[in-house]
Design a protein around this ligand. Structure first.
Ligand code: NAI
Ligand code: 15L
Length: 266
């Protein structure tokens, strides 16, 4: 079924800018939100509602009348804990609590492969395998998945948590031959996550049909997601873009994130 009012948080970010146009075709009304006003002209069914996710009452006002949310707004890389905590812990709490109060039906939560980034590269993972975050960022995404579960099992707010791999126009390095998701595959997965009736709380990996992928397709059939793209054609191009042999960045699934931190006081 078509969504009436859809909220896109993180609308000004890399993925938000990729998804904004196609998401507009799935709903009657698309509310765009980020810290700052959205640059450029708005489509006829778009509204711009800048909002800081760390402001609880502002988020509550933002969710009024919203049927579904694609929640991308976050600090999106590894960083000192205090920096991540504001948008990714407080912000996620504000978002879910506002969704409950507003009667919002569903949240598509941008989780991340960094929830399991400390597993060795090459190890096959199911979404039900125990978490092994590779940093504070991954821990905040695990917290988001926890909130998704709380708000479904206690309050009936549905969620699809997408453990997104690497969403870029092209796979940037050798690791991405396993982790890449094309922008069009991510859109089709987000669209499926919005349209499928009765998802409850579902956690699934968001990746293209890469022969070298490490992650199970568990959840894809339920959502009707069928990836169209593969990173394999870029194999020769990315050949020498690798991390030093034996380093955690080369050995573990989280790649470059294993080269960041630990961070002390800001
Ligand atoms: P991004 O950093 O380009 O975009 C995130 C947006 O959130 C930014 O525009 C930023 O202004 C906004 N934001 C940050 N703090 C905010 C706050 N306090 N209030 C309101 N807005 C705030 O990140 P990107 O790459 O577009 O990722 C989108 C989402 O997907 C993020 O949640 C990220 O963690 C997740 N993700 C992205 C992956 C990728 O390959 N790009 C992979 C896995 C997860
Ligand atoms: C993420 O979670 C990040 O938001 C993104 O910037 C990429 O680094 C991606 O994971 C990845 O693992 O490639």
């Amino acid at each position: 079924p078509r969504v009436d009012t859809l909220l896109l948080t993180g609308a000004a970010g890399t993925v938000g800018r990729m998804l904004r146009g196609p998401l507009g075709s799935l709903c009657r009304r698309l509310i765009l939100s980020d810290l700052k006003a959205t640059a450029g002209p708005l489509a006829a069914n778009e509204e711009d509602r800048p909002c800081d996710l760390t402001d609880r009452s502002a988020v509550q006002r933002l969710l009024e009348g919203v049927d579904a949310v694609v929640h991308l707004g976050a600090y999106s890389v590894e960083a000192p804990f205090e920096q991540l905590a504001r948008a990714n812990l407080d912000g996620v709490f504000h978002l879910y609590e506002a969704a409950r109060l507003a009667g919002t039906r569903r949240v598509v939560f941008a989780s991340s492969n960094h929830v399991t980034g400390c597993y060795p590269q090459g190890q096959w993972l199911e979404p039900t395998d125990p978490a092994r975050p590779d940093g504070y960022y991954g821990v905040t995404k695990l917290f988001g998945e926890g909130m998704a579960q709380l708000y479904w099992y206690r309050y009936g707010v549905e969620s699809v948590c997408l453990r997104i791999g690497t969403c870029t126009p092209e796979p940037p390095d050798r690791r991405a031959l396993s982790t890449w998701i094309s922008p069009r595959d991510l859109f089709s997965l987000v669209a499926a996550s919005l349209k499928t009736p009765e998802v409850g709380c579902l956690i699934t990996y968001a990746v293209s049909d890469n022969p070298a992928r490490w992650w199970s397709d568990s959840g894809w059939a339920q959502l009707g997601y069928q990836p169209q793209d593969s990173a394999e054609p870029w194999r020769d191009q990315v050949g020498d873009r690798v991390f030093p042999e034996g380093s955690p960045m080369a050995r573990l699934q989280g790649g470059s994130f294993l080269g960041m931190g630990p961070f002390g006081a800001p």
